[in-house]
Design a protein around this ligand. Structure first.
Ligand SMILES: O=C1CCCN[C@@H]1CCCn1cnc2cc(F)c(Cl)cc2c1=O
Ligand SMILES: [Mg+2]
Length: 460
């Protein structure tokens, strides 16, 4: 997937990874184009004056801004920041371009890299100093339009996880403490890693309200001829999605790639025998690959003569190829192939005449099974609690905890302080849109009447 790089926190994304990124990008890009969102590209560099534009937007983030201070041997007059996100790059131009209500809605997206000089230990895909993402930045005349788009984009993020990566996620709203400080409210899709018992934010869709319109003077003349501030959203998912896929589906044999995003969906391996017709077997492998590719699958044959079939089985299992097809003399004689699933190791013989249809069924079944297994595991990690003691016990059991609370920032800060440990503190992951009943339910921390049910847990 990656190669380590001589600059800490930076990783080389190899083709096996890029294929997954491109598969997701193809889906998401087509969907936002249906929503009349247009792609653009803004410069990588941010001038300091613009970056400082808003204290509370970058407050706390300043240490992670990377700066260019020289060109060649000479110092730059003024150092230039490398974008950690593009609000301050884009919004001065939103202010210039948006004049009247006919200029709205303005809906732009860019596929790019961003740099954040993170200090906590770097992790491939999950926390890197440079990563790829898309960032959408939209402006509307009304709050209603903005609110609707926040949820439309969040649904696309759910689809990326659940339909492509086969990962269950929870849609919800971030707490006041966890939301994007420069925004109005933040929604997110939250995933969970059973093996480590940690939540992970999968993607975010923020309503910025009119905060940035105020900061950057982004106003328009509405139908009544009055000057009004726009309502804005911003939303992103990144290569972190791939890290979640690796952690959720991986097993002791290595990667498990969901068929929808697998670079190679089917690997065909010849099983030659001493006195068998090796050429006939190789020809059958080529023919099988061609038939599958013509049917729209991504199939390859491993005809290398310097590795044994067994070696190849382990190699492609480690790379997570969802389906292996073996062709030996017996298969040839019976005009069949042997198919082996990566997710549950099931083996079945497929008559060559049914190849395409049965491979399609198997890949669909593997995709669905990966999701079902992941959802079952995730659901088994969820614990609903009503009291502090139950909360602490569940936290110790590496659970994702659903608990009612009074939704006050001070209380969340208190929980963080009281659960600080070497593996990090517990925090809210999101308040699920799907809220259980709050009737007669009290906050698990303060005992005051419960205002909201939230998922809590340690996180990445
Ligand atoms: O999450 C998204 C969706 C896409 C566009 N951006 C928002 C908010 C990003 C928050 N954020 C996140 N990280 C940051 C790091 C920084 F160094 C600076 Cl100066 C700012 C930020 C910062 O604002
Ligand atoms: Mg950060």
């Amino acid at each position: 997937m990656i190669e380590y790089y001589d600059i800490s926190g930076c990783y080389i994304l190899r083709p096996w990874t890029m294929a997954v990124w491109e598969m997701m990008q193809t889906f998401f890009d087509a969907e936002i184009k249906k929503m009349k969102i247009k792609n653009c590209y803004f410069p990588l560099f941010v001038s300091p004056a613009v970056l400082q534009k808003e204290k509370d937007h970058i407050e706390g983030f300043a240490p992670e801004v990377a700066w260019v201070t020289k060109s060649g041997q000479s110092d730059l007059e003024v150092p230039i920041a490398i974008r950690p996100t593009s609000e301050t790059v884009m919004y001065p131009y939103y202010s210039k371009w948006i004049r009247g209500h006919r200029d709205l809605p303005l809906r732009l997206n860019q596929w790019c890299n961003v740099v954040r000089w993170e200090f906590s230990h770097p992790t491939p895909f999950i926390r890197s100093r440079e990563f790829l993402w898309q960032e959408g930045h939209t402006a509307f005349a009304t709050k209603e339009e903005a609110d609707k788009e926040v949820l439309d984009i969040l649904e696309l993020y759910r689809r990326i996880y659940e339909e492509y990566l086969a990962i269950p996620v929870i849609k919800g709203k971030k707490s006041e403490l966890e939301k994007f400080a420069g925004g109005f409210y933040t929604t997110s899709v939250e995933a969970f890693i059973p093996n480590t018992g940690r939540g992970i934010q999968g993607a975010t869709s923020h309503c910025l309200g009119q905060n940035f319109a105020k900061m950057f003077d982004i106003t328009f003349e509405n139908e009544k001829g009055e000057k009004a501030m726009v309502w804005q959203n911003s939303w992103a998912y990144s290569t972190r999605t791939i890290g979640v896929m690796v952690m959720v589906h991986g097993d002791d044999k290595g990667l498990v790639m969901p068929p929808k995003v697998a670079s190679v969906q089917i690997i065909v391996v010849p099983v030659p025998f001493k006195d068998a017709d090796t050429q006939a077997i190789f020809d059958a492998c080529d023919a099988t690959v061609n038939t599958l590719n013509e049917a729209g699958f991504r199939a390859e044959a491993d005809l290398r003569d310097n590795y044994s079939p067994g070696w190849k089985y382990s190699h492609w299992e480690m790379k997570g190829v969802p389906l292996r097809i073996e062709i030996g003399p017996k298969d040839l004689a019976n005009k069949q192939v042997r198919a082996v699933r990566r997710d549950n190791s099931a083996k079945i013989d497929i008559p060559m005449v049914n190849l395409v249809e049965q491979v399609k069924d198997m890949l669909d079944n593997i995709q669905q099974n990966l999701f079902d297994v992941a959802k079952h595991k995730r659901d088994a990690c969820v614990k609903t609690v009503r009291t502090w003691d139950e909360f602490i016990e569940a936290l110790g059991q590496k659970k994702m905890i659903l608990a009612p609370w009074c939704d006050e920032m001070e209380v969340e800060k208190d929980v963080k302080a009281r659960t600080k440990g070497e593996t990090g503190a517990a925090k809210t992951l999101c308040a699920p849109f799907d809220q259980p009943d709050l009737e007669g339910v009290n906050c698990f921390v303060t005992g005051r009447p419960g205002k909201k049910w939230s998922y809590w847990g340690r996180s990445y």
